[in-house]
Design a protein around this ligand. Structure first.
Ligand code: ATP
Ligand code: MG
Length: 193
């Protein structure tokens, strides 16, 4: 199993680069944001709960998010060779839970691809995506709260994964292709893949 966590602020390009990683390494993609948006679109009970947090720019509670993820890992045979975790973990508690979940499966997080993007660029990208895709959380007020939440709850994962020895910092500005070239080079150098 080769497991990658793609990490970065809202709008840092996690979804975009995940697509490149899937094509290149044949991994299974789990985007927690997409999983939640799918529940909202289908009007499930979970979707209703998720919407109340997402629309305010807040995180879904850890225990709920961790149980959703465990359920996907248990019920997706395609995930056994390796996964790209996109949008998860977002808190230290989630990172510890992921570590335990993978350890139970004799696996680990092999690489954390950290996309590093300047704040003004993030805001520009998210506002543009809001106009183009109509994603309801891509408006100025919610973006500000998502960035606050990122700095207070998610950014500490940077140090957590540096200590774990698997953090690959990648400058997430420039063309999609050049950023992906940097990601591939870093994975090859540090993980031999
Ligand atoms: P990007 O644009 O880089 O893909 P994003 O922050 O815009 O990132 P998603 O990852 O799609 O978007 O997440 C959207 C929302 O879903 C979050 O703001 C949060 O409310 C909720 N969410 C997604 N993943 C988690 C998680 N691991 N824990 C808690 N809430 C989550
Ligand atoms: Mg995304």
């Amino acid at each position: 199993m080769f497991n990658i966590v793609i990490f970065g602020a809202p709008g840092s390009g996690k979804g975009t680069q995940s697509e490149n990683l899937i094509a290149n390494y044949g991994l299974f993609h789990i985007s927690t944001g997409e999983v939640l948006r799918d529940h909202i679109a289908r009007g499930t009970e979970l979707g209703k709960v998720a919407e109340s947090y997402i629309s305010k720019g807040n995180l879904i509670p850890d225990d709920l998010m961790v149980s959703i993820l465990a359920d996907i890992l248990d019920n997706t045979p395609e995930a056994k060779d390796g996964v790209i975790f996109d949008g998860f973990p977002r808190t230290i508690n989630q990172a510890k839970a992921l570590k335990a979940m993978l350890a139970e499966r004799n696996a680990q997080v092999d690489a954390v691809v950290g996309l590093e993007v300047e704040e003004q660029e993030l805001i520009t990208r998210l506002l543009k995506r809001g106009e183009e895709s109509g994603r309801s959380d891509d408006n100025m007020e919610t973006i500000k709260q998502r960035l606050n939440v990122y700095h207070s709850q998610t950014q500490p994962l940077h140090d957590f994964y540096v200590e774990e020895g698997c953090y690959l910092g990648i400058k997430g500005m420039g063309t999609v292709e050049s950023i992906f070239d940097d990601i591939k080079a870093a994975i090859k150098e540090k993980c031999g893949k």
